[in-house]
Design a protein around this ligand. Structure first.
Ligand SMILES: *Cc1c(COP(=O)(O)O)cnc(C)c1O
Length: 452
């Protein structure tokens, strides 16, 4: 009875899988925030290098991974695929549960999968500093690690509530040589504007993005790096799903259910795109692809599919996506990485087209699932990851009722070693469930820009 399936280093994929050409009709293009016209590459060159802009719109099916990037990824990749024998037994389910363990990277999540290529292409373009935002601190750590590998500087705007909840994420960024500020800061115009309106704000990803974009746009040696949402980020994460597909194939299996949690959509994209692509090509049509989000920030389950800004200040292009409104500030739940008002346009389109479907959970039921997982499988996962764990357990319990022996694959996006204050809150009985504040959202949705 095998517990973990491990690939050799030379089985690390040689290219990224690009899902864009597999959509039956073209995607709606990003629009310029001022003119409302489709974005052209020149609009993006102040903040992104040309190689990444090219990947953002590429219609090539496979995009080769540069050797230097592959070499660095082998520090921890390919990652193991675990069979959750003990969890299955505990649940008394006939289902086979597999999880892809991304917590083995130096920063502890899937995020270095894209941080490394992003830092690499910027370094090649002569950029010496990257500015970014971070929610729970995972992306800031990943980019600090990646920029350190290429001897670049890194400035991180960290959402204020997480800065207070997870001080050691900041320490980790410092260990890799990055500087980290609680956002909103008084250093940027965007930050100043928010502080003037709401001095006690706990911050949000949307605000921190405005600050980082402004920093990059106003410094010629500096570019911006985004840890999720954009097409090139989702692209870089497809090493996860490609490896998992090969690992399951080596066991003569194909998943009936594929699950990932969704903040901006990148780890979900990583695990699911290779399987979603099969579905769009008319193969394995009954694969159930499940995107999991918190009820406190229910973008896919309660948002609307329309053009909106990626940030609060309205500096980013308008993206066609599910959104709760760009100035929606979600409640300060412990899965900080899932507190984003929008979602990847690619993931949004999959959900809109019915190739994938979305579910939302309360944080207390998520923590109960995390406890079940740590007491059977051992790993203490991040609260974000806990959403995927909860969905996998629900599907497995459904299988116990129906007697179906489904193969369930979920992405275990990161460890929770820096989330002990959240575990404390759970064990102290202090976790509160938030229902989506309907009036606030409705209000926020009225400020979505009009596009024709
Ligand atoms: C950032 C993060 C997420 C959410 O971001 P996505 O882009 O939706 O993947 C989920 N899990 C972990 C561990 C994270 O660090």
């Amino acid at each position: 009875m095998q517990t973990k399936n491990i690939l050799d280093e030379d089985q690390l994929p040689k290219s990224w899988y690009n899902i864009i050409p597999d959509f039956p009709t073209p995607l709606d293009p990003p629009l310029h925030p001022k003119t409302g016209k489709p974005v052209v590459p020149e609009d993006l060159t102040p903040i992104f290098p040309m190689d990444l802009i090219g990947q953002e719109v590429s219609t090539q099916h496979q995009i080769p991974i540069p050797d230097e990037v592959r070499d660095l990824l082998t520090l921890w990749r390919p990652t193991p695929l675990y069979r959750a024998h003990r969890l299955e037994k505990y649940l008394k389910t006939p289902a086979k549960i597999y999880y892809k363990w991304e917590g083995v990277s130096p920063a502890g999540s899937h995020k270095p999968n894209t941080a490394i290529p992003q830092a690499y292409y910027n370094m090649k373009a002569g950029i010496t500093r990257l500015a970014t935002e971070t929610g729970a601190g995972q992306w800031g750590s990943a980019l600090a690690f990646a920029t350190c590998l290429f001897k670049m500087k890194c400035t991180v705007y960290m959402v204020k509530s997480s800065y207070a909840q997870k001080p050691y994420r900041k320490s980790m960024m410092q260990a890799w040589g990055a500087e980290c500020f609680p956002s909103p800061t008084p250093q940027t115009r965007s930050g100043q504007a928010v502080l003037a309106r709401d001095p006690g704000t706990t911050g949000s990803l949307g605000i921190a993005i405005s600050e980082a974009v402004e920093d990059a746009a106003t410094h010629s040696d500096t570019n911006y790096a985004l840890g999720s949402v954009l097409n090139h980020v989702c692209l870089h994460q497809t090493v996860i799903g490609q490896e998992a597909k090969a690992q399951l194939e080596s066991l003569d299996l194909y998943p009936d259910v594929v699950i990932g949690c969704v903040g901006g959509g990148s780890n979900f994209a990583g695990i699911s795109f290779p399987f979603a692509g099969e579905k769009m090509k008319g193969r394995h049509m009954d694969t159930d692809i499940l995107a999991v989000e918190p009820t406190a920030c229910p973008t896919l389950t309660k948002g609307i599919y329309t053009y909106d800004y990626g940030d609060v200040a309205g500096l980013t292009p308008l993206l066609k996506m599910f959104t709760l409104g760009h100035d929606f500030t979600p409640p300060s739940i412990h899965a900080g990485g899932l507190r984003y008002h929008g979602d990847s346009p690619l993931v949004s389109r999959l959900v809109h087209d019915g190739v994938a479907r979305a579910v939302a959970y309360y944080q207390t039921e998520v923590f109960r699932a995390m406890e079940t997982f740590s007491r059977t499988e051992g790993f203490l996962v991040a609260p974000e990851t806990g959403h995927a764990v909860k969905a996998a357990i629900d599907v497995a319990e459904e299988c116990r009722k129906t007697g179906e022996a489904k193969t369930i694959l979920f992405n275990c996006s990161g460890h929770g070693d820096f989330d002990m204050s959240a575990y404390d809150a759970y064990y102290d009985g202090k976790l509160v469930d938030y229902e989506y504040p309907t009036e606030l959202i409705r209000d926020s949705l009225t400020r979505i820009p009009k596009t024709s």
